[in-house]
Design a protein around this ligand. Structure first.
Ligand code: DHB
Ligand code: FE
Length: 280
């Protein structure tokens, strides 16, 4: 039986990917940020999952305003790296896990989460920056990755409550797969940031730290946060945080916090990161 062993939450700021790719991670501006992920890289290298399910949002790279799936699952064998305007990042192609992905699609759809199935899709910074932060710069990514996309770009995104319930369904799906796989779930995006309009550059460390506390101690309370509260407190792009709740819903209620990191600024955003392990 496959098993979810841990969850990783992390921001996915594209400038972090650029800093890595351009060899700037040792610069004074970036050094504190990358230092914060050293322990996480070690944890990931030791944990050696067989597969990752990476919950993220596409930023108009694979989808546009023409087609907007609320939830979508990447079932392909391979996902090429998207060109976001400066050519694709020079990181390894992302290998999928079609067998587990199709099983998850079947399980969550029969469980009444009508997820969109995607068989061809480039992946952008939303997926590659978290992989770089946790895995460094390997020649090949150390595990296959099943992308799980969430629309947080065009209103209306799903509620945090619905995301948490999808995480619970995801867990039921993984636990009914008949191969012994150790699975890590990533919840990405966040924390507080607003990239546009009058409040561009908004950072709300108080809200961010309360959210991190909630992830560790009281995730159900976080499922009650409404869209307008995310936007008011965490900025328009802070809504990305609903994706963390899919990861959290896939873990034990009493999952153990093994690491936390919070840093401001990266580009014009706050960076949050947490690792949680299932005890059982
Ligand atoms: C930026 C873009 C993002 O998608 C994000 O989540 C944070 C920051 C940016 O362009 O700086
Ligand atoms: Fe983003």
């Amino acid at each position: 039986m496959a098993k979810i062993i841990a969850g990783v939450a992390t921001s996915h700021v594209p400038a972090i990917g650029a800093a890595i790719d351009l060899g700037k991670s040792g610069e004074a501006y970036w050094q504190p940020l990358f230092k914060g992920y050293e322990r996480s890289k070690k944890w990931m290298a030791e944990t050696k999952p067989d597969v990752a399910i990476l919950v993220y949002n596409d930023h108009a790279s694979a989808f546009s305003l023409e087609i907007i799936p609320t939830f979508a699952l990447g079932c392909a064998a391979e996902f090429p790296i998207a060109d976001e305007g400066w050519g694709p990042r020079k990181v390894p192609v992302v290998k999928g896990h079609p067998e587990l992905a199709w099983h998850i699609a079947q399980s969550v759809i029969l469980d009444e989460f009508d997820i969109t199935i995607v068989n061809k899709m480039p992946v952008d910074h939303g997926l590659t920056v978290p992989l770089s932060l946790l895995c460094g710069q390997p020649a090949e990514w150390p595990f296959p990755v099943i992308p799980l996309l969430v629309n947080v770009i065009q209103y209306p995104p799903p509620t945090g409550h619905r995301c948490y319930a999808l995480g619970q369904a995801l867990r039921r799906a993984v636990e009914t797969f008949d191969k012994d796989l150790r699975v890590v779930v990533f919840g990405t995006g966040g924390m507080s940031h607003q990239l546009q309009s009058e409040r561009a550059g908004l950072i709300n460390s108080k809200f961010d730290n309360r959210f991190l506390d909630g992830m560790a101690q009281d995730p159900e309370a976080l499922t009650k946060i409404q869209h307008f509260e995310y936007v008011r407190e965490a900025g328009s792009e802070g809504i990305e945080l609903v994706m963390w709740l899919i990861m959290r819903g896939a873990l034990d209620r009493d999952a153990r916090e093994v690491y936390r990191f919070y840093h401001v600024p990266a580009s014009n955003t706050a960076v949050g990161h947490m690792i949680l392990e299932n005890k059982h």
